[in-house]
Design a protein around this ligand. Sequence first.
Ligand code: CA
Length: 240
Amino acid sequence: MNPLIMIIEDEEAIVTMLKYNLEKEGFDVCSCADGNEALKEIKVRAPALVLLDWMLPGMSGTDICKQIRYDHSLRNMPVIMLTARGEEADKVKGLSVGADDYMTKPFSVPELIARIKALLRRIQPAEAPGELVFEDIKMDLNSRRVTRGDRFIHLGPTEFRLLQYLMERPRHVFPREVLLKEVWGADIHVELRTVDVHVRRLRKAMNEGGEKDLIRTVRAAGYAIDTDPNGGSEDNDPNC
Ligand code: CA
């Protein structure tokens, strides 16, 4: 999936020009011309980055930017302000309301694209704090919410810890002994097959919506979270 860039801009010619150039660079692009609609659109489309015009009908670009920074779910979204104003004071204002970068019209498209790429690179490794993501699985460690795509997954406390442990080091095969020690705690006396029981419950909960199985069972070795549940030549026991 290509990163989605949202252009919030009322000048059609600029939207058309940006759309053409960004798509050529491999981005998906959507746009919104109305300041009042912009926030709603941002929430619905969840773009990877917003290009935000300063002067808009309805809410101004600076007010939209402020709202983005106030909103808990949008707070970390990268924003580049686009403006016809070139005054230093305006630039300072644009950055002070929370824009990550600022470009004055008429701007150089290659420079804008370079800045977009730089911003996306900068934010990519920093996933939201306390969030683990693997494929379509998302774990919010603060709210303890687990989702697969749009589906909310209910997990017991042990399954939650188990999934968290596997998600922290994807593709790494953990022996059952290690999982027992790390997830259940070293002092608790439980049998090794307890791990299998909980992996089975976890797998059932994760795949209930007919999703791809991302838990890999490596016979006589252990478990991993992996895109290839068969793990190449390894055996995969669907009952575990
Ligand atoms: Ca405008």
